[in-house]
Each structure stands twice: as structure tokens, then as C-alpha cells.
Design a protein around this ligand. Structure first.
Ligand code: GDP
Ligand code: MN
Length: 368
């Protein structure tokens, strides 16, 4: 689970790492007094907010409110900004980089640090990054910390603070079951004090039962997607005009690809999963219809699922309430002949191969 910066900072603070004071607001009006200059930062679970206009400075309350208004509602890398962190502005003399992550190949945690902070670590030259594995049985060692300060060529008081922060970062990493804890920039202030001016945290999903407090970042979903989710149906809305209904994530994706290859445009896709419960099929169709596709392309493979039971659900819904659009159905597997009869009887266009079905659907979507 990716945490927002505000929660990442809470973790750092809990483990004794200095972080600037700040608070979360979701509207300009929520901001009352501020003491001195602040930085207003978009709370989205992605990096690169600075470049995307999601990090802005303000000197007065009015300015701060204006920045809050500007940043809320922005879309950064596909994430809508719903709240911001208004934080005491740190005077930064130097930006460093510090992180600990899980290195799956090595089977160990990896400590990374660089004197070139503030930019994406991916764009820092390899030789400018200090990397050391942390043996899980003995933890981060003092010699590694001394070594770190030396590599970054930090003057003594700064080096000591950075080492201390790295040590605390590792205890936070272990205690919080993190996959990544990243401080970029780790800010060195003009007076030499070191503070974490950003905090990125990814927590191992399998450990969440041990950390019940985390706030899940709400994904951006449409009202129809929400409705489907409440009914236990996986449904995604896209830009095209062909509604795809298939069973299993793999077949659903393959169907979208097949459509793409013949110039069709998937508009929604719906994964029936392993169900052949006619009631569930009916509900799935109803959701799909609400998205108003021009054509519906149904691609069912019945391995365990019986094709004829799926077909019965479709038949019932089409007969009782109409499909709302022409339906091209390709159904393959267990009891497929019977299924095709049922679908034909419901007035559906049937096809035997995925390609044929995709072509027919694409043609119809152009005519409609
Ligand atoms: P990111 O772009 O999503 O990683 O967001 P950051 O929090 O790292 O902010 C981007 C950049 O804005 C940083 O590298 C800093 O240069 C600058 N920045 C962020 N917070 C502060 C602050 O408190 N004071 C100053 N002077 N600069 C800041
Ligand atoms: Mn950053």
C-alpha cells in the first residue's frame, strides 16, 4: 500500500526523524492561521508532484489559501488531488537523498543515499549513489553508517545527523513492514540541521493486518464502477464504444486486444470471473447496459463455468429488458452448442472464434 506524504511523515516522526510541522486540508477555507512561509503539497500517492505543479510556496494566509485552491482538483499522473499538506517551509541549503527498499533479488533491504537529492533517483548517475545491503540478521551496522557519511562527503555534524536518520529509517522500515521508505529531499538547512522535506512510504500489503491504522488511498472510480464494485463485479470504464464482457482477467484483456487489432474500441470491460450464476450474469449485463455501449461483445470460455448457464442468464436479461445494443457473442467450452442455441434464440449474433467476434463487433460499432 502506498501512503500519502502526510502519513509517511507520521511514520518518520514516530521513529524520531525530524520532519517539518504540517497539516492536511481539503479546502482553502479550512486553513486558519499560519506562522510564516509554508509549502502547499498535493497529497497524491505518486512522486514528481513538484514538476506537475503540485508543490507551491506561500508567505501569507491569503497566498496559502490561493495555493490550496489551485492545487486541489489538479490531476497528477492520473490521480485527482483531493487534499493537500500545508507544511512549514524549510530553508534548504542542500538536498540529499535517502531510502531503504526491499531488494527482492538480493533478499535483503537496500540502503541508498546520494548527495544529489531532489531529483528522481533514476536520473542520478550510478556512481553518485551509495548502495549497501542490510543483512536482516544483524541489521544496519555502524560501519555502514560511517561509510555513508564519508561517501556523501558530508561535514561532520551533518554526517552525524544523516547517519542517525538512516539508523532510525531502518528501524521504521522493519517496524512498519515497509517495502520502501524514501526521503527525497532530505534537506540540509543553512544552519546545518537535517530534516525530511518529503516522505514516501510503501507498506507490504500482506502485513496490513498488523497496521490497521493506515488510510487506504481511494482510487478514482466512476459511479458505475462503484456500483459494480458493491455488487462484487469487476468492471472498468474506458473511452471506446464497445462493451466487453468476458470471464477471467486474462480473457478480458485478450478480448480488448483482439478488438484493438481489428480497429475496434473497447469502451468498458467487465469480468464475469468464474461465475455461471444466471443472477450474477443478469446483474453484470445491467451494469454494462448503463454504460450505453454501441455494441456489446461477449467472449466466454467455459472451462469450469458452464456455457449454457451463462447463456441462460443472458437470454433472460435480453428477453426481459433488452440488451440496449446489438450483442456479438462468442462462447466456447463446456456445453457450447447448447449455449449457442440459447443465445441465437435470444437474438444474439454468434461467432465461433475470438477474431470473428471482434471483427463483427468492430464493424457494428462503426455502423451504429
Ligand atoms: P515530489 O516532487 O513529489 O517529490 O515532491 P517534493 O516534496 O520532493 O517537492 C519537490 C521539490 O520542491 C523538492 O525537491 C524541493 O526542491 C522543493 N520543496 C519541497 N518542500 C520544500 C520546502 O519545505 N522548502 C523548500 N525550500 N523547498 C521545498
Ligand atoms: Mn520528493
Amino acid at each position: 500500500m502506498k501512503l500519502m506524504e502526510a502519513e509517511g511523515r507520521e511514520i518518520l516522526a514516530r521513529h524520531g526523524i525530524p520532519v517539518p510541522a504540517g497539516r492536511v486540508v481539503s479546502a482553502p477555507g479550512e486553513l486558519d492561521g499560519i506562522a510564516g512561509p509554508v509549502v502547499v503539497k498535493a497529497l497524491v500517492p505518486v512522486g514528481g508532484r513538484g514538476k506537475a505543479g503540485g508543490v507551491k510556496f506561500a508567505g501569507t494566509l491569503e497566498e496559502a489559501r490561493a495555493r490550496v485552491g489551485e492545487i486541489i482538483g489538479l490531476e497528477i499522473k492520473g490521480c485527482r488531488v483531493r487534499s493537500v499538506l500545508v507544511s512549514e517551509k524549510v530553508d534548504i541549503a542542500r538536498e540529499l537523498y535517502l531510502s531503504i527498499s526491499v531488494d527482492r533479488d538480493a533478499g535483503m533491504a537496500l540502503l541508498m543515499a546520494s548527495a544529489l537529492g531532489g531529483m528522481d533517483i533514476e536520473s542520478v548517475p550510478e556512481e553518485k549513489i551509495y548502495r549497501r545491503y542490510i543483512n536482516p540478521l544483524i541489521g544496519l551496522q555502524s560501519y555502514q553508517l560511517r561509510d555513508l557519511a564519508g561517501h556523501l562527503a558530508l561535514e561532520k555534524p551533518v554526517g552525524q545527523q544523516v547517519s542517525d536518520i538512516a539508523r532510525k529509517l531502518y528501524s521504521a522500515f522493519v517496524a512498519e513492514d515497509a517495502e520502501l521508505l524514501e526521503i527525497n529531499p532530505l534537506a540540509v538547512m543553512p544552519g546545518g540541521k537535517v530534516v525530511a522535506a518529503d516522505a514516501k512510504a510503501v507498506i507490504d500489503d500482506d502485513s496490513l493486518f498488523r497496521h490497521p491504522g493506515h488510510r487506504e488511498v481511494e482510487p478514482d472510480i466512476t459511479p458505475l464502477e462503484q456500483e459494480a464494485r458493491e455488487r462484487g463485479i469487476s468492471f472498468v470504464q474506458l473511452d471506446g464504444n464497445i462493451g466487453v464482457i468476458a470471464n477471467g482477467a486474462g480473457l478480458t484483456m485478450a478480448t480488448l486486444d483482439a478488438l484493438g487489432l481489428v480497429g475496434g474500441n473497447g469502451g468498458t470491460f467487465l469480468d464475469l470471473g468464474g461465475t455461471d450464476d444466471p443472477e450474477k450474469v443478469k446483474q453484470a449485463f445491467r451494469i454494462l447496459k448503463k454504460a450505453r455501449p454501441k455494441v456489446i461483445l461477449m467472449n466466454i470460455f467455459g472451462g469450469i463455468t458452464r456455457c449454457d448457464t451463462v447463456a441462460t442468464g443472458v437470454h433472460e436479461v435480453v428477453r426481459s429488458e433488452g440488451a440496449g445494443a446489438p450483442v456479438v457473442a462468442r462462447i466456447k467450452g463446456w456445453y457450447e452448442e447448447r449455449a449457442r442455441e440459447i443465445l441465437k434464440d435470444a437474438g444474439l449474433i454468434t461467432a465461433t472464434t475470438m477474431e470473428e467476434a471482434a471483427r463483427k463487433a468492430a464493424e457494428l460499432s462503426r455502423e451504429a
